[in-house]
Design a binder for this molecule. Structure first.
Ligand SMILES: Nc1ncnc2c1ncn2[C@@H]1O[C@H](COP(=O)(O)OP(=O)(O)OP(=O)(O)O)[C@@H](O)[C@H]1O
Ligand SMILES: [Mg+2]
Length: 362
């Protein structure tokens, strides 16, 4: 077998300049990434196409361009002289996507090494859930989706996106357990390591949960939300976010990342009216907004009619879950029993919303 094919996938550095190499090795180590090193184009040829990231030193760039190496994404050229305009021409010849200069680009390059180490290309799916009115059942459905997904062996992250919801960890009875919660992440900016996040979060029923706590919720800036979701998507195949009904910058950051948003609407006239306001605000930003109707309501309004009135596709109907209130009081998460309306709807929604490769979890 070709030793390069069986070797772990590592970023490739192409340079014979000891100073540049020192810098690259240091940045890769900071990012927890392994680096394979080639002094020139000839040495780089075998790994050129398979490495997730290729960083070419200015000393080797012309050689790489002349060697006719195939164009590929993820090539970065490290320039050595900011005033030398020819570096841009060389970058075009070698097919570099970025030209960077050290030390200014150190944080950026460290992030790219970390992306390469964690496999940035395979990102999980984000599904957000929001209620059409207060008490609609959004948090219950978010929990059930996450529990069902984790129950089938899929790496799953449940994110509590509602600072005033009292903490989603209460639904699991894990409010006294240690681990990371939103107030610990308020100052997060830039890149968050997926491995570090997964390690710091409490695990319950096979899934990671990022919850609010019971203190006064500090404002979490949208940068922190973005960083959490990006890291979450690198380590989890499914990220479920329980959203509040009012849209602020943090919610906008979630909607921006979400593939699908589920709007839970009780089958009642007033709930439908309230939901139309939420749908108007969320729909401006959501890529794919669908309705889950929770019934039956007092007037037996058909789910299809509610969805039609809201002008949104119907994702599913949710019948009343027997014993949900008691289960919640006991800290038994919605969907945990693996049967009942919440578990059944969750399984079907996951089947529809996840791409084929992620549907059959291990
Ligand atoms: N599928 C269901 N079957 C029966 N009751 C439900 C269901 N979903 C929610 N409920 C009831 O509604 C209550 C509120 O549910 P939940 O907290 O999930 O709603 P929410 O939309 O997140 O509310 P909030 O506006 O407080 O965020 C639950 O305590 C339960 O009594
Ligand atoms: Mg809620």
């Amino acid at each position: 077998m070709d030793p390069y094919l069986s070797a772990p996938v590592r970023a490739l550095a192409v340079t014979a300049d000891p100073d540049v190499l020192d810098d690259l090795l240091r940045l890769a180590a900071t990012a927890g990434a392994e680096l394979q090193v080639a002094p020139d184009a000839a040495g780089a040829r075998r790994a050129w196409e398979t490495a997730p990231l290729v960083v070419v030193g200015a000393d080797a760039a012309l050689g790489c361009a002349a060697a006719g190496l195939r164009r590929r994404p993820g090539v970065v050229l490290v320039g050595d002289d900011l005033d030398d305009a020819s570096v841009w021409e060389t970058a075009v010849h070698v097919g570099a996507e970025h030209v960077v200069f050290l030390p200014d680009a150190e944080p950026w390059l460290t992030d790219r090494f970390a992306d390469a180490a964690e496999g940035a290309a395979e990102e999980g799916v984000v599904v957000a859930v929001v209620g059409g009115r207060g008490g609609a059942g959004a948090t219950s459905l978010a929990c059930a989706l996450a529990v069902t997904s984790a129950g089938s062996g899929r790496p799953t992250l449940l994110v509590d996106g509602d600072p005033l919801g009292g903490g989603i960890d209460l639904c699991f009875g894990t409010e006294r357990e240690g681990g990371l919660r939103w107030p610990d992440l308020g100052s997060t900016r830039g890149r968050l390591s997926a491995a570090a996040l997964a390690e710091a979060l409490p695990q319950v029923q096979g899934l990671s949960v990022l919850s609010w706590d019971r203190g006064d919720p500090p404002a979490v800036p949208p940068e922190a939300v973005r960083a959490v979701l990006q890291a979450g998507r690198r380590s989890a195949e499914l990220v479920v976010v329980d959203l509040p009904r009012s849209v602020d910058d943090a919610v906008r950051a979630v909607l921006d990342a979400a593939g699908t948003v589920l709007l839970v609407v009780p089958a009642e006239v007033r709930a439908a009216a309230a939901a139309s306001r939420v749908a108007a605000a969320v729909g401006l930003l959501a890529r794919d907004l669908r309705v889950v109707v929770r019934g039956p309501g007092p007037a037996a309004l058909p789910a299809a009619e509610i969805a039609r009135a809201l002008g949104l596709p119907l994702a599913g109907e949710l019948r009343s879950e027997p014993g949900l209130d008691r289960a919640l009081e006991r800290g038994e998460a919605p969907g945990s029993r693996g049967k009942g309306p919440l578990a059944q709807l969750s399984a079907r929604l996951l089947d529809e919303l996840l791409p084929p490769a992620l549907r059959q979890a291990a």
